[in-house]
Ligand binder design. Structure first.
Ligand code: GLP
Length: 245
């Protein structure tokens, strides 16, 4: 039966999207297979069919589900290839690729925002930020070095209450703080690994990495997180779907 935890804090359709994405991640819904109908899901979850419809539409737009007229809704045959359009966390991204995610926390602290980061987060310099630096691991291989800066007042106690060597940050933000993570802006550039990145990722200094920055926004269009990451260039690939507009 259902494992969805309806918290009331997040819009219902967002919770249903999370439920379906978890189903894809844990293999309940397999690539290329049909998922239950809107009516069946509405009954299973005790919500209206319109709410389920809204959630499914969002996942179709993100490329994770595909509608086939007269046949139903199917898990995209290659959901992995379309991740760049979906707002996924490292944990979700790795599970979709069939890898086991984990993290090593290098530092976790609250500190005042420097000018440049304050600008990205649209706050005054000196605003308290929760700063989390982690080595992100896929199976047993270090995959990325990631430093997240979050507005501390939006998620009080984040650093003290959760163990981010085990927890997914996005899960905690969504489910424990009830924050609706809506969209993000991301830039990707190629460059050589710094000495620190090379050390924690097990690369030679200056080996190629994908350097990414992401500003994550909540549903009210306010920035919540600014992230700087370096993904190893020898084993991480992005695939982008482009559509005629
Ligand atoms: C991705 C994003 C980061 C985000 C992280 C959360 O790696 N690039 O911006 O902080 O996911 O990951 P998790 O929820 O697994 O902790």
């Amino acid at each position: 039966m259902t494992t969805i935890k309806l918290t009331g804090a997040m819009p219902l359709y967002e919770q249903i999207k999370t439920y379906i994405v978890q189903g894809i991640q844990d293999g309940r819904y397999r690539p290329g297979e049909r998922i239950p109908s809107e009516r069946e899901l509405a009954e299973q979850l005790g919500v209206s069919r319109l709410t389920v419809h809204h959630a499914i539409k969002g996942l179709q737009q993100a490329g994770l589900l595909v509608a086939q007229v007269g046949r139903g809704t199917f898990v995209s045959p290659r959901p992995l290839n379309q991740q760049l359009e979906a707002l996924t966390s490292f944990t979700e991204d790795m599970r979709l690729r069939g890898n086991a995610p984990s993290s090593q926390v290098l530092s976790a602290k609250v500190c005042p925002a420097p000018d440049d980061i304050a600008r990205f987060l649209d706050v005054r310099p000196g605003t308290q930020l929760a700063v989390l630096q982690r080595v992100r691991i896929a199976d047993d291989q270090p995959m990325a070095l990631e430093t997240s800066h979050l507005i501390a007042s939006a998620c009080p106690g984040l650093i003290d209450r959760y163990d981010f060597s085990r927890e997914s940050l996005y899960r905690v933000l969504r489910q424990e703080y009830g924050l609706a993570l809506a969209h993000a802006e991301q830039t990707i550039a190629a460059r050589g690994a710094t000495r620190d990145e090379a050390r924690v990722l097990g690369l030679k200094p200056n080996a190629p990495v994908l350097h990414m920055t992401r500003v994550l926004y909540t549903a009210d269009d306010r920035p919540l997180e600014y992230v700087i990451s370096a993904y190893r260039g020898d084993s991480y690939t992005f695939h982008v779907v482009l559509r005629q507009v």
